[in-house]
Design a protein around this ligand. Structure first.
Ligand SMILES: Nc1ncnc2c1ncn2[C@@H]1O[C@H](COP(=O)(O)OP(=O)(O)OP(=O)(O)O)[C@@H](O)[C@H]1O
Length: 275
């Protein structure tokens, strides 16, 4: 048997609301390796939150079905959908200090660590502001800082930006990307396709099952040359691809040659100028 430290789910079925209810997840098999940056996408009720809760260790699953590998046995930090939903302190500072205390951190290190974590998410200037005076985006950044206090190899985000304006969304996404670049595994669930263009892998969920698992280029373009004859996995799930993808698809349909399949506007500009 090959040893692997990956998280592995084998044929996971989760019933919420009793055995007679339609399962929230059905026969779902999945493996996640350290360092991945995974986007989980799917329409309402497809099972995204349930899967995130399983990954976070908040739903008990038989060990034969879920081998947690590097995810470990402790509940993992995750940022929830509603800004402020998971904040306990009156200020971001209090919240992070509280999280560090809960982790049993050495009291002499707490002040320095809290300042460092709040600085890392861009809240250095607002760390002592009252939570109710913060914008939705700042509240989510405070939640991210609280999650950083939990020293874990994985961070989970469950539709963390769905209530935010574009600028706040950019800031929270940026905080997640920084954590990925610093070596953490990041799992990000969303219904906003722009949020997953920089993921290394996309998992598409529908009715509790995985209907797509692969790189974002294939998810958005349907094939490695971008010339898909039918609907792409993204459109089959009911989502419009991001604007730069739509532009590139138009260009490809007109016969243009592009050296890469762009996912962001910066990549589109580069592909067009290099073609
Ligand atoms: N507390 C609950 N009681 C009963 N059924 C539930 C509960 N939570 C979720 N479900 C059901 O489980 C299924 C999966 O829900 P889940 O919240 O995981 O999906 P989702 O993709 O995150 O949806 P959304 O995007 O709307 O948040 C749905 O059919 C939902 O109705």
């Amino acid at each position: 048997m090959v040893f692997t430290n990956d998280l592995q789910l084998s044929e996971l079925t989760v019933h919420i609301g009793g055995e007679n209810a339609v399962p929230a997840l059905q026969h779902l098999s999945l493996s996640i390796s350290p360092g991945e940056y995974i986007g989980i996408v799917g329409p309402n009720g497809s099972g995204k939150s349930t899967l995130i809760r399983v990954l976070a260790g908040l739903l008990t699953v038989n060990r034969d079905i879920c081998r947690r590998g590097f995810f470990g046995s402790k509940p993992l930090p995750y940022v929830m959908q509603h800004p402020g939903e998971q904040l306990f302190g009156e200020t971001p500072w209090e919240d992070v200090v509280f999280a560090l205390e809960q982790q049993g951190e050495d009291p002499q290190r707490i002040v320095g660590l809290a300042a460092q974590m709040l600085g890392r998410v861009g809240l250095a200037d607002a760390m002592h502001a009252r939570i109710e005076s913060l914008s939705g985006g700042q509240k989510q950044l405070a939640a991210v800082a609280g999650c950083l206090a939990i020293d874990a190899p994985v961070m989970l985000f469950d539709e963390a930006c769905s209530m935010l304006d574009p600028e706040s969304r950019r800031q929270v996404l940026e905080a997640a990307r920084r954590e990925h670049q610093s070596g953490k595994t990041v799992v990000w669930s969303t219904q906003h396709m722009e949020e997953v263009t920089q993921c290394s892998r996309i998992i598409g969920l529908q009715a509790g099952t995985i209907v797509f698992d692969g790189p974002p280029e294939i998810f958005f373009y349907g094939s490695s040359d971008g010339r898909s004859s039918g609907d792409t996995p993204c459109r089959l799930l009911g989502f419009e691809p991001p604007y730069p993808v739509r532009v590139a698809q138009e260009l490809l349909n007109l016969g243009a040659q592009l050296p890469t399949l762009p996912l962001t506007k910066e990549q589109l500009a580069e592909a067009v100028s290099g073609s």
